[in-house]
Design a binder for this molecule. Structure first.
Ligand code: KMH
Ligand code: ZN
Length: 278
């Protein structure tokens, strides 16, 4: 089987992970910039970006995103995908702010989901608003799928509003407590629901599902997301030293199967994004 090059996305910051849980968590703009560059050197081609305020708390403030993007861009041409998920309890207007910066990509969760003891709220009005804003700005959405029905919701958005680019990119987020687990059968089931043409996909296993989901995805020829937003460990009970260390392991495993990592520009070609313009 001739597989396309592997796109590794790093969710390196997140909104919920704390420095107490992972001392190597990048928090400041400069730390995020350096972290993204190290991940790119290790084989990553995309960075799913959350940012933190001066106190280290999650924020969706445009200025804070702009500062982090500037620090990343000083060092790397990695694809930047800003979060519109933000943190639990943020309003839609708060969450939408990074789109004003016209990032190449942005995440979009297409449905409400349990999230541990919380509820990650995404009703149909919010989804339509976020999706059409992305279309208007030429920002490619990544549909973040935590539950099977969210694929149907995404397909409804496509039908109602038309596509948001030449390809539709999906990310299956498996293992958040309260949603679908990372069992291989779940990934196979979800994959079966997305259109066979003009779709690209990645997936991530949360916590202990990191490696099982990764290995299933590599076997299926898919792409992988990883990083401290999703998992802070390298081995059971052993913290990862850095996001780049997690990237390097997956890059090494892929190469063992004769699958190289896509550079950011190769990933842009695979995803049919515009080439990087310095
Ligand atoms: N922080 C979670 C509540 C996203 O980035 O689009 C949602 C999240 C999804 O992280
Ligand atoms: Zn996120």
């Amino acid at each position: 089987m001739d597989m396309a090059k592997l796109i590794i996305t790093v969710a390196g910051v997140g909104a919920e992970t704390t420095r107490e849980a992972q001392p190597a968590l990048p928090v400041t703009a400069a730390e995020i910039g350096a972290d993204a560059a190290r991940c790119a050197e290790a084989g990553a081609s995309m960075f799913h970006l959350h940012v933190r305020d001066a106190a280290g708390d999650p924020t969706q403030a445009k200025e804070v995103f702009a500062a982090a993007i500037e620090e990343i861009r000083k060092r790397s041409d990695i694809i930047i995908q800003t979060s519109t998920g933000g943190a639990m309890g943020m309003t839609a207007d708060e969450r939408l702010q990074p789109l004003e910066l016209s990032p190449e990509m942005a995440s979009l969760t297409t449905g409400t989901a349990n999230f541990g003891d919380d509820v990650f709220f995404n009703d149909s009005a919010l989804m339509s608003e976020f999706y059409t804003r992305m279309q208007a700005k030429g920002v490619r959405p990544e549909f973040e799928i935590f539950e099977a029905g969210q694929i149907d919701n995404a397909l409804k958005l496509l039908k109602k509003h038309g596509p948001a680019g030449p390809l539709t990119h999906w990310d299956f987020v498996l293992g958040v407590p309260g949603t679908m687990s990372g069992e291989p059968r779940n990934l196979a089931f979800l994959l079966d629901q997305i259109p066979k043409d003009n779709s690209t996909w990645t997936c991530t296993g949360i916590g202990r599902w990191h490696m099982p989901v990764t290995m299933t995805a590599l076997g299926l020829g898919g792409n992988v997301r990883l990083g401290f937003e999703d998992n802070v460990f390298y081995h059971k009970g052993v913290l990862a030293e850095s996001n780049a260390q997690l990237v390097a392991r997956v890059a090494r495993l892929a190469r063992e199967w004769d699958r190289d990592c896509a550079t950011p520009d190769e990933a842009r070609r695979i995803l049919k994004l515009a080439p990087y313009d310095t």
